[in-house]
Design a protein around this ligand. Structure first.
Ligand code: NDP
Length: 475
């Protein structure tokens, strides 16, 4: 499949990295209060043309307008608020206690910017992910080299343009490097840290490149959300959650529900509700608020959807929906009933409008199936017994788990967000989502006596060794 944009030449990437570095040197001298003010000002600037921002994302991705506003724009506001509100608490120099025998010294932790941060981002959330990760990177005093997906460059360029127009930042603090994976690989050569969001396969390459240069690397990768529906689950909420949790953004959400593992006592009732719910989804008209379904953003994703559905049919599943449109831009919502562990829809991430449903005899069995694969991003359990639910959730091998809820963690941004196993490395959001963009510096100041050597310095001796052992025991 041909690239929709021309790759930036490697020399251009070098030049952008140089400009970013120059801007960072100026930005690092801004006080934290000034940085907070600039980022809040940028948001106010973007919100004065909120409709324009939403339109850029809507046109580029084909997402329903209501979804663009809620998931890309409003969720970004929550992230901005979280980090700007907590920036001083998290980034100011911090005094730390020392063992008492060091009471003549004081210790501090300092948070210094890393320099230039590479944000390599996918096509599914072209504003939320770059903006949400840029905010903490900049608050920490860094510059950003953003490599958006080649399929969603207009949104990234719009953000850079608005940032320039706001006049609140040193010129060149955000640099957008347009192009395919080769440009992404080039960007990594010039950054001091990378935060990558994308597939597990590309994540491995990014980790290898980061290891080569010994730069920190945070990876937010694919998922395969298992939703466990127990016999006592609140079925109406569960069915609506499964449908929204799968078909929002046409299934192109990393934490989206991929597999429902449903207790046999409620399997038929749950399947009937799913079918009824899916029938209510409206294709609608672009640009209106009465549209529930969009299209696939990356056209190549259709091949994955078709392959997974063909495999499920071949292996005996009953597929409802899943028709490809005439222009081959998308597939209608597909429900895969009677799914089995050997099917691709169960073992791999489809990342499209396909929801598989499997009958299980017990929750224990569902937990084993949910944990069987290499992904560990999101998972949920559904039951009216909240205590039992929390216990089952703790047995799920995933970074983001919930009881009777889906797709909530990104907005609950005081929580760390990230995956276990092949779903990632490190976390965004929470406290570490800001501090990870800093080099930590540990400072010790010897206060008194000014001119006397410490006990553990030369010369050594038996008495000294005993005294030191005693002091160490006291802590
Ligand atoms: P990809 O891994 O294909 O691409 C992600 C980004 O990496 C793109 O900008 C891509 O460029 C770039 N890239 C490709 N090769 C390299 C390379 N060798 N070095 C550096 N950069 C490179 O992911 P998709 O864009 O297809 O996104 C879908 C995936 O993202 C799904 O697996 C989804 O689950 C995951 N995701 C994870 C999230 C999380 O927070 N855990 C959130 C959202 C999505 P280009 O596309 O231009 O070729």
């Amino acid at each position: 499949m041909g690239s929709p944009v021309k790759n930036l030449h490697p020399a251009e990437v070098v030049e952008r990295a140089r400009k970013a570095r120059e801007a960072q040197a100026v930005w690092a001298r801004y006080s934290l209060t000034q940085r907070v003010r600039a980022l809040r000002g940028l948001w106010a600037h973007l919100m004065r043309e909120r409709g324009r921002l939403a339109a850029v994302i809507h046109e580029e991705t084909g997402k329903p307008l209501a979804e663009v506003e809620a998931m890309d724009v409003d969720a970004a506001a929550l992230i901005l608020r979280h980090f700007t509100k907590n920036a001083h608490r998290l980034l100011q120099d911090r005094a730390v206690p020392l063992p008492w025998f060091l009471l003549n010294k004081e210790a501090h932790v300092r948070y210094a910017p890393r320099g230039v941060i590479a944000l390599v981002t996918p096509w599914n959330m072209p504003f939320l992910i770059p903006f949400g990760d840029m905010v903490p990177a900049l608050l920490a005093g860094n510059a950003v080299l953003l490599k958006p997906s080649e399929w969603t460059t207009k949104t990234a360029l719009y953000l850079a343009d608005r940032m320039r127009a706001s006049g609140l930042f040193p010129e060149g603090l955000l640099q957008v490097c347009v192009g395919d994976g080769a440009v992404g690989a080039e960007v990594l050569k010039h950054a001091d840290m990378v935060l990558f969001t994308g597939s597990t396969a590309t994540g491995r390459k990014v980790a290898a490149a980061a290891a080569e240069r010994l730069i920190p690397c945070v990876l937010e990768l694919g998922g395969n959300h298992a939703m466990i529906v127990a016999a006592d689950a609140p079925l109406e909420r569960a069915a609506k959650a499964a449908v929204w949790g799968r078909f929002a953004n046409s299934g192109q959400i990393c934490v989206g529900v991929e597999r429902c593992l449903v207790h046999e006592a409620v399997y038929d009732a749950f399947c009937a509700r799913l079918e009824a719910e899916v029938k209510t989804l409206r294709a609608g008209s672009p640009g209106t608020y009465e549209q529930d379904l969009g299209r696939l953003i990356f056209p190549g994703q259709l091949a994955v959807v078709e392959r997974h559905l063909a495999d499920a049919r071949e292996k005996g599943a009953r597929v409802v929906g899943g028709e490809t449109d005439a222009g081959r831009t998308t597939s209608s919502p597909a429900l895969v009933f009677d799914a089995k562990p050997g099917m691709l829809v169960m073992s791999e991430e489809t990342f499209g409008p396909v929801l598989s449903v499997m009958k299980v005899a017990r929750v224990d069995e569902a937990l084993i199936i949910a944990n069987a694969g290499r992904h560990g991003l999101a998972a949920s359990v559904w039951t009216r017994d909240l205590e039992k639910g929390a216990e089952w959730a703790s047995l799920l091998e995933a970074g983001l788990v919930s009881v009777n809820d889906v797709l909530i963690h990104y907005a609950a941004c005081s929580l760390p967000f990230g995956g276990w196993k092949d779903s990632g490395l490190g976390r965004r959001h929470g406290d570490q989502g800001l501090r990870m963009f800093c080099e930590e510096q540990s400072l010790v100041i010897h206060e008194w006596p000014a001119d006397t050597p410490d006990l553990w310095w030369f010369p050594y001796g038996r008495l000294k060794s005993r005294a030191l052992a005693f002091l160490a025991r006291l802590g």
